[in-house]
Design a protein around this ligand. Structure first.
Ligand code: SF4
Length: 780
């Protein structure tokens, strides 16, 4: 009965605002700014402090807002589905807390959309007094939303339409006489976003991107070209306790070996070599896992002039590149020499040093250079997706494609995966030149790939197929059999270049990650670290339970994934960069204890590390509830068939694949540990608790037997219903696979133990009531 109780987003916002406050609930709390782009109206309110205590800000509170405002019967690109920005609770107030999330329903995957980025936009927004911005409604024309100290303006963005990342920022700097990062921050889309390219993101700087899930397309669907924060925000007054603990946090970060020796020197590409040595680099659309050492991070040395960083971050992990004749390289050269990396799996690799020289003379070798010969990046993800995944092995080619992707506003993970998928279809003859307009999609064909990126942003020719990203089959671009080679989970291409057939904890993480096949939700990176693996007591203490030391064992891996999910969800929600969060790169980085100390100072109430660990679980619990509403079930917490059916064909772990039975058992243990039922959603007790905090309403309904979607014979209705008949409608909406049973006329309703024999419409219901469906014919 889809659509039987359609409520407009404006009505939902009215109801939500009634539960919110007119003034901050603690001194540094920012407002939620609701922006109606169609009517050009705004209003702001403050979230109750209980939401912060249960879900924190940033990603956590974004999920609460989406949970309240989403109509799951509406398409992701419907302007009634809001796009929500949220800065972390500690963004701008803690070293490396630079982050904020954009959240919505994803037009690319089958899950919700949630993407994190740093640079300057989140800190500027928060400093200006806004924790969240909720955007909805179709603007009558392309719009630039300008937010300054005392005004919010809806400006005509028509002059910026058709501009890509660099040109959009330059034009706005020129027209408003300001400089990005100095006295302006900008979240904007490119032509790819305007054209609703499903693998396009929202750009927050030269390279910074809210990448995953198609945020660029979603923002384009509202006709919103950019959000500009104008004016340098004042420094927030900082309590001395906060400052004192910030010093400790800063020191923890800068004294951590992997940060000091690798991340600060060459950036994330240092991760390429450990995956390569393990024989675990996703290559040629994961048909194999071995690739060349020509993309090890030191091959970028001669083109690396220095590093860039996000708002007040002490790390500056962002490796720049300059291949032009004027460009100076050499930053971080030799930084990785002698570092053992993953050498325990192949000792000879520790000493490999490439001493690469500058040989670049323009991409065609003819001495011609252009704006794509310098830029910011690449990250490890881009090296993997535009190297081994599509058959390229030259560092210069990867650098140039990275710079093009940044300007076009494309998510390198999804775009690279969409191209490698197309290349495998080409290899197998499933598509040919008649599909590609003559473009040769042989592996490693650089010219085709560069051309295809520009065509994708414009949706021209075969670019229109790549622009449909993981949805190309549903949109009629490929035949059904193409799905056999699509490397996605929940419809989202994998972010990480690491092929997870060896590391079973990585594999579990990718399958249960709430936004789809993405490593940033829960990757147990330390599984690749032999020193941690070999120290059993330390490992057990780190994860709060026994996790097998062997990377390819299934035993106890659910414990490590659970702990990472909790910690990373908290990290996102306070705004901490993942690279500097405990368990992602190192066991010594800032953790929930550090965040708790800072939050306690901020809100003037005690906060403990254990409480925050529970908050991390709550955030992922609410995300599972959102995905359930979007139709996802336990069967969607899985992996691409290739990883179950085909073994790794090289390296020290040759022969490894995922055993279906072992995987299902590991997943079941993960569900039990998390508190999820066998459908992958919070059990009724936990659901009730989360619902009360998120929507302020929860009625638990006991069922006479397990139903599809409610395997435990109980379900919680968490949208306000005022009568038994409304509850019946809500049940049908929440359990679309159980209509036959729910329509059974012999099932009566009891409320708090009392049978409702007639007048269900008039029988009022309140949050907290206990309802049962009871068959009236005994044995029936
Ligand atoms: S570590 Fe790198 S990505 Fe993270 S906040 Fe610092 S500069 Fe930005």
């Amino acid at each position: 009965m889809h659509g039987e109780r359609a409520m407009s987003v404006r009505t939902k916002i009215d109801q939500l605002c009634a539960r919110m406050h007119d003034a901050p609930q603690y001194p540094t709390q920012g407002a939620v700014l609701f922006v109606d782009l169609e009517r050009r109206e705004t209003r702001s309110r403050y979230l109750p402090v209980e939401i912060m205590r249960t879900f924190l800000g940033g990603r956590g509170a974004n999920m609460v807002l989406l949970y309240n405002l989403l109509d799951e019967n509406k398409d992701a690109l419907d302007p009634e589905v809001p796009l929500i920005f949220g800065a972390g609770t500690l963004t701008g107030s803690m070293p490396s807390a630079t982050r904020g999330n954009f959240t919505s329903r994803s037009p690319d995957s089958y899950a919700f959309l949630d993407a994190s980025a740093g640079d300057y936009f989140p800190a500027f927004t928060k400093r200006l007094g806004y924790d969240h911005i909720v955007l909805y409604g179709l603007a009558a024309q392309w719009t630039l939303l300008k937010i300054s100290h005392d005004t919010i303006e809806f400006l005509d963005a028509t002059p910026y339409v058709g501009l890509d990342n660099l040109d959009t920022a330059a034009a706005i700097e020129r027209d408003f006489n300001c400089t990005e990062r100095k006295d302006m921050a900008l979240a904007r889309i490119t032509t790819a976003g305007e054209n609703q390219v499903l693998c396009s993101g929202i750009m927050g700087g030269i390279k910074s991107i809210w990448a995953r899930g198609g945020g660029g397309a979603k923002m384009g669907s509202l006709k919103l070209k950019a959000i500009m924060i104008q004016g340098k925000p004042a420094e927030a007054p900082m309590a001395k306790e906060l400052k004192a603990h910030n010093k400790i946090i800063g020191k923890k970060i800068t004294s951590t070996s992997v940060i000091k020796n690798a991340l600060k020197q060459v950036g994330t590409p240092f991760l390429y070599k450990p995956s390569r040595v393990l024989g675990a680099l996703g290559t040629l659309n994961n048909q194999t896992t071995a690739w060349h050492e020509s993309l090890d991070a030191d091959n970028f040395d001669p083109y690396r002039p220095g590093m860039d960083g996000c708002y007040k971050c002490p790390v500056h992990c962002r490796n720049l590149n300059d291949m032009t004749p004027e460009g100076k390289g050499g930053w971080g050269s030799a930084a990785l020499m002698g570092l053992k990396g993953n050498a325990s799996y192949d000792k000879a690799q520790a000493d490999i040093d490439h001493h690469k020289r500058r040989t670049y003379n323009g991409i065609k070798g003819d001495g011609h250079f252009d704006k794509y010969d310098k830029g910011d990046g690449p990250e490890y993800v881009t090296v993997g997706k535009f190297g081994p995944m599509i058959g390229l092995r030259e560092a210069e080619q990867v650098l140039r494609l990275n710079n093009i992707l940044n300007d076009l506003g494309l998510d390198s993970a999804s775009t690279g995966s969409a191209i490698s998928w197309a290349m495998e279809l080409w290899q197998r003859g499933i598509i040919d030149a008649s599909h590609t307009g003559g473009l040769d999609l042989s592996w490693g064909n650089y010219d085709s790939i560069e051309k295809l990126l520009f065509m994708t942003a414009k949706r021209e020719g075969f670019g229109d197929t790549i622009a449909d990203s993981a949805r190309a089959v549903e949109r009629g671009k490929y035949p059904q059999e193409a799905l056999d080679y699509r490397m996605t989970v929940k419809g989202l291409f994998q972010s990480d270049p690491h092929d997870a057939r060896i590391l079973k904890a990585f594999a579990l993480g990718l399958s249960v990650a709430t936004r789809g096949m993405d490593h940033l939700r829960n990757r147990v990176t330390l599984e690749i670290n032999a020193r941690v693996n070999d120290d059993a007591p330390f490992k057990a203490q780190l994860y709060g339970g026994t996790v097998a030391p062997q990377p390819n064992s299934y035993e106890g891996k659910e414990i490590a994934v659970r702990r990472c999910e909790n910690t990373f969800a908290v990290g996102d929600s306070v705004g901490m960069c993942r690279f500097n969060t405990k368990l992602f790169n190192s066991p010594t980085l800032p953790d929930c204890g550090d965040f708790a100390t800072q939050l306690a100072t901020m809100i003037g109430q005690p906060v403990s590390a254990e409480e925050l660990d529970e908050v991390g679980r709550n955030i992922t619990g609410l995300e599972h509830m959102l995905n359930f509403r979007l139709g996802l079930r336990a069967k969607d917490d899985t992996l691409p068939a290739r990883w179950f059916d085909e073994a790794i064909d090289n390296g020290p772990f040759k022969g490894e694949k995922i055993d279906r039975r072992e995987f299902e058992a590991m997943k079941a243990r993960f569900y039990a540990l998390t508190g999820l039922n066998s459908e992958g959603v919070p059990n009724a007790e936990w659901h009730q608790k989360l619902a009360l905090a998120a929507t302020g309403f929860a009625v638990r309904v006991e069922l006479p037997k397990p139903l599809p979607g409610a395997p435990d014979k109980a379900i919680v209705i968490d949208e306000a219903v005022s009568s038994v008949s409304e509850l019946r409608s809500a049940l049908r909406r929440h359990l679309p696979g159980a209509h036959a049973a729910l329509d059974d006329p012999t099932w009566n309703v009891t409320v708090n133990g009392e049978m409702v024999l007639s007048g269900e419409r008039g029988r009022a219901l309140r949050s907290g009531d206990r309802v049962s469906l009871v068959p009236i014919i005994a044995g029936g």
